[in-house]
Design a protein around this ligand. Structure first.
Ligand code: FAD
Length: 464
């Protein structure tokens, strides 16, 4: 906790008006936690209305050396928006306007706290498409997505958030306002500051405006579900689909343990043929003739790889039904155990079977429940260690297992996070993933942006 002087708080109230400077305990606690659920109350929560007010708050924080932590919707899984050093939580919730949909240039301009799903709906109404689709899209906001470089099932075909960010307006930790990039798709003037800020987890600048690239909305979609008696067969199907020159719009892999949890949650005996160890959910999209052709090629690839069953959704309600198992996953896992250590590990997709073998070994060695599911197209698998919060021994085993998993993933040429970032929860593992030289360079970049170290301190890099 930082000790705030009365002058500092008065300065904030003068800037924003008393209603937008909150010091009551309930607000400080609510804004001190994200989806990681390991929070620390803020000392004060501020709600600026525009970029100038954001810059004013940051200048005051710099003057008084008070930490300031930007916050979008607070759905982050690694504690990025948690004020672990106390100070100010700067919520961007009042910067929530969709400023422009520029149909001629296939661009949208938004303030940071536009909800991702709302932007998607708005652009789809005019026949355009914003593909990044984190599962949190009904709550998370574009600023948070940009700060975390969020991705989702569509990443394999369409890429992650960074592929759609053309330009930014941002407030530096010194209070200056910068604009990077713009509405143009090509721009090679100087260093690419736009993409340095994408994924910087609120440690380099506070994003106050975003220019996003849009694409035409694919007219039709088809959904298929294929079941397999081994993960190896499911992954072989993924390779065969790509060999058949199809890039599905979504390609989700769900393991047997996760399927059991969903079946239990929905109160059904089973969701797939007996002996199913892996299930693939696939969407293909595009113009009707291409979709029919691609769906046929996907089915052929799955059957050739040994699928035990391939289902096609015949209409929208069947599509919804096939996707239901995926949507119910998060909630269903709570039945396995109340606490989830959710790791979004990535390996080259050909090595997914080795990742599952590693998980099997860890499950046995540490006596843990670890349902897995994820984005098979890009090798990004959510490995969920489920624990009882009252079982200290199980929690200790889970933490030991994390080390084995992270080291194993790096040995498989993978990465310890594909989507959720580092925040503070994965900070201790950075030295496993990056060399001392790489970490030192990143720290120098941080110092160049934030010489006083006031912006979101205690994140990303281990202390020494
Ligand atoms: C149920 C659930 C499902 C999820 N599924 C996915 C998924 O499929 N894919 C995925 O990638 N993630 C997923 N997430 C994680 C999370 O939703 C994403 O990381 C999301 O991008 C965070 O957005 P947010 O607005 O909630 O950001 P917050 O949690 O508020 O903040 C996240 C980080 O961004 C920084 N930040 C926020 N706004 C700004 C800004 N304007 N300027 C600078 N820094 C800022 C914060 O300081 C923090 O470090 C999921 C989370 C939940 C709870």
């Amino acid at each position: 906790m930082t000790t705030l002087t009365p002058e500092f708080v008065i300065g904030l109230r003068d800037l924003l008006g008393p209603a937008y400077v909150r010091t009551d305990e309930a607000t400080r606690t609510a804004y001190g936690v994200d989806a990681l659920k390991r929070g620390t109350p803020a000392d004060v929560v501020v709600l600026p209305a525009n970029t100038a007010e954001v810059a004013g708050v940051v200048k005051l924080c710099a003057q008084y050396r008070v930490p300031v932590v930007p916050r979008g919707a607070g759905t982050g899984y690694t504690g990025g928006a948690v004020p672990i050093r106390g100070g100010v939580v700067l919520s961007l919730e009042r910067l929530n306007r969709l400023l422009e949909i520029d149909e001629a240039n296939l661009v949208a301009v938004v303030e940071p706290n536009v909800v991702t799903g709302d932007l998607q709906e708005a652009v789809e109404k005019v026949g355009l498409f914003y593909p990044p689709d984190p599962a949190s899209l009904k709550q998370s906001v574009i600023g948070g997505n940009v700060a975390e470089n969020a991705g989702g099932p569509r990443a394999f075909k369409y890429g992650t958030t960074k592929q759609y960010v053309l330009g930014l307006e941002a407030v530096l930790p010194t209070g200056e306002i910068i604009e990077t990039g713009g509405k143009v798709v090509k721009n090679v003037v100087g260093y690419d500051l736009t993409h340095l800020l994408v994924g910087s987890e609120g440690t380099l600048a506070i994003i106050t405006k975003i220019i996003l690239r849009l694409v035409p909305k694919p007219p039709v979609q088809a959904t298929l579900r294929a079941t397999f008696s081994s993960v190896e067969a499911a992954v072989e199907a993924v390779s065969a689909i790509v060999r058949n020159r199809v890039v599905p719009a979504a390609l989700e892999l769900i393991d047997g343990e996760s399927l059991e949890a969903v079946a239990q949650n929905l109160g059904v005996r089973s969701l797939a043929p007996e002996g199913t160890v892996a299930l693939l959910l696939l969407d293909v999209d595009g113009v009707p003739a291409a979709v029919t052709e691609e769906a046929a090629r996907v089915e052929a690839a799955c059957l050739a790889a040994g699928a035990t069953e391939v289902l096609h959704a015949r209409d929208e309600s069947e599509r919804e039904e096939l996707w239901r198992v995926r949507r119910e996953l998060s909630l269903s896992l709570k039945l396995v155990a109340p606490l989830k250590f959710n790791h979004d590990l990535v390996v080259p997709k050909g090595r997914i079977p080795e990742l599952f073998a590693l998980v099997r070994q860890v499950r046995e060695d540490f006596r843990l429940r670890i349902p897995c599911f994820g984005h098979a197209g890009d090798g990004n698998i959510h490995v969920n260690i489920m624990v009882d919060p009252d079982d200290a021994d199980e929690i200790a085993r889970a933490h030991k297992a994390e080390h084995v998993l992270f080291s194993g993933v790096i040995a498989l040429e993978g990465a310890i996070s594909g989507e959720h970032g580092i925040g503070f929860s994965k900070m201790p593992f950075m030295p496993l993933a990056l060399s001392p030289e790489e970490i030192a360079l990143m720290k120098r970049v941080k110092a160049a942006f934030d010489p006083l170290g006031i912006l979101n301190p205690g994140k990303m890099f281990p202390e020494s």
